[in-house]
Design a protein around this ligand. Structure first.
Ligand code: 8IG
Length: 273
């Protein structure tokens, strides 16, 4: 089946609006207040933040494709938080490295905005450059460096990215866990991990976290007017920072080990929003 996002004559915001009305129809929830994208290691959080009132297969919603990766669940869930707010949990991320173009990458974020969400919580599993971070450490994203040489913005669309990762939301996260460190997220294209030399470059230009997902999504979320909280689970130290080679299995395992703590953290953070 053709994805309408691949048709350059169609407007991606119209498709996101259509996706949002399909979500409203299938969940019975007219409006969501916030949205969360759960990356590697963060999936369990959905069970801990509130009561799931509806689960949808993402592929049944216009514009969403098949999940490409183990450890990623292709569902959208509507969750009723204890404070009465509604959260849309996106367990279906399309990565830039899949090569389907940036419209597909940011469709879930645009759809979240179209459901009414004004807060976007973006989580991921990532590599850490700071040697003090152990695998399994959650960190706040303070800013990013987009090394994909691409953008979700089309045409002459100029969007300010000052305070992209809301200092207000980071402060709220720190009231929940005062030990949360923060760092600058460098998005590489992937899907290969970096060479040690590339990690040294990322460090030299001011990066602390290396990943493959969140920067492009954050730009789209800001364009849509949402306030953004970004969090990385450091599942591995970046190449050359750790002595042993990187493995996807290690990444999945570090995620599993940290799941419960991350879930509790997110549950407490969303309760404060
Ligand atoms: I999980 O070390 C995870 N995702 N670019 N580098 C990049 N992405 C990652 C890494 C990493 N670990």
């Amino acid at each position: 089946m053709l994805n309408p996002l691949d048709n350059p004559d169609l407007n991606p915001f119209d498709i996101a609006a259509e996706a949002a009305s399909q979500i409203a129809e299938k969940t019975g929830v007219d409006r969501h207040d916030l949205a969360l994208t759960l990356g590697s290691g963060w999936a369990k959080a959905a069970d801990l933040i509130g009561e799931t009132t509806a689960t949808i297969t993402a592929q049944d919603i216009v514009g969403f494709g098949k999940p490409a990766l183990e450890g990623h669940v292709g569902t959208l869930r509507s969750i009723l938080l204890p404070n009465g707010k509604r959260a849309l949990v996106i367990g279906a991320r399309t990565h830039y490295y899949e090569g389907h173009g940036v419209r597909r990458v940011v469709h879930s974020v645009r759809t979240a905005a179209a459901t009414g969400a004004t807060t976007m919580i973006l989580t991921n599993g990532a590599g850490g450059i700071k040697g003090t971070w152990k695998p399994g450490t959650p960190v706040l994203i303070s800013d990013h460096i987009n090394l994909t040489a691409d953008s979700p913005l089309e045409g002459a669309t100029f969007i300010d990215l000052t305070d992209l990762y809301s200092s207000r939301l980071r402060a709220i996260a720190r009231t929940v866990d005062g030990s949360l460190d923060e760092g600058v997220y460098c998005q590489f294209r992937g899907p290969h991990y970096e060479t040690p030399a590339e990690v040294q470059m990322a460090k030299a230009i001011g990066g602390h976290i290396v990943g493959m997902s969140t920067a492009l999504e954050a730009i789209a979320a800001r364009q849509a007017g949402m306030e953004i909280l970004g969090m990385s689970l450091i599942t591995n130290l970046a190449a050359g920072i750790q002595k042993t080679p990187l493995s996807h299995e290690e990444v999945i395992q570090a995620g599993k080990d940290a799941e419960v703590r991350l879930g509790g953290l997110l549950a407490q953070i969303v309760a404060e929003l």
